[in-house]
Design a binder for this molecule. Structure first.
Ligand code: SF4
Length: 258
């Protein structure tokens, strides 16, 4: 748990100023968390212009599109930053796939959220133990579940910063163009939000920005759980599924040791 007490920067703080405050205040216990979408790249570019060292982390779920791995190389070539890659627990992934198959996410919402939990949120939460603060590219206008995202959120185990919370998509694109910031290649194919390969596609014309994420789901939040707490019913179901997975992975471990 971070020790810094309020006051924190308020809602009027400019994105670059918030990043500078975080780097100066937390040093190595601050990181920018990104999946190399346009918002994350704006923050990365802004932070690099501050000329102070900072960490960049990303979660490799094991199901990312090839283009995302290319972005990791692009970031190194353009900014000289070696991105820290966070990976899921192999035993948990193995047990989940053994019990439910590799593409369990297409079956029902709790299965999809289980996969997101095992491959994305749990590894990220483990990484958070190293951090006091992290910045993400969330914007309020991305979808309704993000409509009230604060710029500084002190409710979790680490301070969560959303420096672009009040930016529009147009502001993001304008920054990218003006600063010649590299873009994830899938935007060229019409994608407006980018996640894992089997769970993301380009939206139809006129659809909301995040409509291409888990496009087969009706009335489910377009979130992986990193930025959303699902309702209690789904949450309890995922807890049960997760317990099963852990039992299987622990039994396999014990079996291997014998
Ligand atoms: S986005 Fe899809 S593949 Fe990726 S972690 Fe979530 S359910 Fe699994």
């Amino acid at each position: 748990m971070f020790a810094l007490k309020p006051p924190y920067p308020d809602e009027s703080v400019a994105p670059a100023d918030l990043l500078q405050w975080a780097i100066e205040t937390f040093g190595n216990r601050f990181a920018l968390s990104t999946s190399f979408q346009i918002e994350g790249m704006v923050l990365l570019d802004m932070a690099s212009k501050l000329k102070m060292p900072f960490r960049v982390i990303t979660v490799d779920t094991g199901r990312l599109p090839e283009e995302t791995y290319k972005m990791i190389e692009t970031v190194y070539q353009r900014y000289g930053i070696r991105v820290e890659i966070v990976v899921p627990d192999p035993a948990e992934v193995e047990a989940m796939v053994a019990l439910h198959g590799p593409n369990l996410f297409y079956r029902e919402v709790p299965m999809r959220m289980l996969c997101c939990r095992v491959r994305k949120t749990l590894p990220f939460e483990r990484k958070l133990a190293e951090l006091d603060a992290y910045a993400v590219g969330l914007r309020r206008s991305q979808n309704e579940t993000r409509a009230s995202v604060p710029k500084v959120d002190a409710s979790g185990p680490a301070l969560k910063l959303a420096p672009l919370a009040d930016w529009t998509r147009e502001q993001v694109k304008e920054y990218l163009t003006r600063n010649k910031v590299p873009r994830h290649p899938l935007y060229e194919d019409g994608y407006t939000s980018i996640g894992c390969a089997p769970c993301t596609r380009a939206p139809e014309p006129g659809e909301p920005e995040r409509a291409g994420r888990w496009w087969w789901e009706q009335d489910a939040p377009k979130e992986c759980g990193l930025h959303f707490t699902p309702d209690g019913k789904v949450e309890r179901r995922i807890d049960v599924l997760l317990r099963e997975i852990r039992e299987v992975s622990q039994n396999r471990h014990v079996h291997c040791l014998k």
